[in-house]
Design a protein around this ligand. Structure first.
Ligand code: GYE
Length: 301
């Protein structure tokens, strides 16, 4: 059944999507488009190409157009208070999706729907500890971080460090921002290998796209990804799971992009006059070579 306003009008949702940098992001956009369609909601979608400034512009245009609800997937964590105040003054409810932002006044948004990135980082770290439990000697780790200042990059990095910190012989010897893209992942991994030679035993990539790029750089360098360098990444895209099955990626921590149905549900509850919990968490796990095999064929993204 379509969700309507109390006056029986179709709802317009303004959605400021942060970009289209990865397979995860494109799946996330599709999920929201499809769910809006099914819920009878008119979607006004803007792609900000990883620019906070462009997100501000999009949100201001949503205010001008007097949309009914605004959803924001924020590229970075900081700097949102002024624009959220503008939205509040216009009386438009805001739902944050995917990445949380840092705002002091929780009254500036209705709810946040997304994953626990800190836990994802911890899961990646645990995998590395288990995998190298019997390994003797120092372990050099390279980290491909996402976008500087973004919630997933900050929290995945922290969670990972918290866990590997338990092994004093493990050290992050290289750590650089790759903006969550395949191209940057490849470029940065090339530079790392040129600098470090064979000193890297583990790669922790903050997303699959960067891991896949890095994998190509390793091959160019004459290394066997998954064997000479243990690779763990985050997301669980079809392309990454295929490499997991082939043994060229060792582990993928799940991050679920299918947030569309949850977002529409939250809008439904808003119009039903219910109070939403401040946080709606996406439940997730981790893929190994074995579990990826069963999953890869039915993967939608
Ligand atoms: O992991 C990455 C994307 O915010 C959880 O952004 C999302 C991340 C995801 O570009 O692939």
């Amino acid at each position: 059944m379509a969700i309507l306003t109390p006056e029986g009008r179709i709802i317009t949702l303004g959605f400021s999507q942060l970009g289209s940098e990865s397979d995860w992001r494109r799946a996330n956009t599709r999920s929201i488009q499809q769910a809006a369609d099914e819920a009878g909601i008119r979607l006004d979608l803007n792609n900000a190409e990883q620019s906070q400034e462009k997100q501000f512009e999009a949100i201001r245009s949503f205010i001008q157009k007097k949309v009914d609800v605004i959803a924001i997937a924020p590229v970075v964590k900081q700097g949102w208070e002024p624009i959220l105040l503008e939205v509040k003054q216009a009386g438009i409810p805001v739902i944050i999706i995917d990445r949380l932002m840092d705002v002091e006044d929780p009254g500036l948004y209705l709810t946040f729907i997304g994953s626990d990135f800190y836990q994802e980082g911890q899961r990646a770290g645990k995998y590395v500890l288990d995998k190298l439990a019997g390994h003797k000697g120092p372990v050099g780790i390279a980290e491909l971080k996402g976008t500087e200042g973004s919630a997933p990059s900050i929290d995945r990095g922290r969670g990972f460090r918290e866990v590997i910190g338990k092994r004093p012989d493990m050290e992050i010897v290289e750590s650089a921002f790759g903006d969550f893209t395949f191209d940057q992942g490849k470029k940065i991994m090339r530079e790392i290998l040129q600098r470090q030679g064979n000193q890297i035993q583990v790669l922790f990539a903050h997303n699959d796209d960067m891991a896949l790029g890095a994998l190509e750089a390793m091959e160019e360098y004459g290394l066997r990804p998954g064997k000479d360098i243990i690779i763990v990444s985050v997301d669980g895209t079809k392309r990454a799971l295929e490499e997991l099955v082939r043994g060229r990626i060792n582990s993928v921590v799940e991050c679920n992009p299918m947030l569309g149905p949850g977002l529409m549900q939250a809008i439904r509850e808003l119009y039903d006059g219910r109070t939403l919990p401040k946080r709606l968490l996406t439940p997730e796990g981790i893929f190994t070579e074995v579990t990826a095999e069963g999953e890869v064929h039915q993967r939608l993204y």
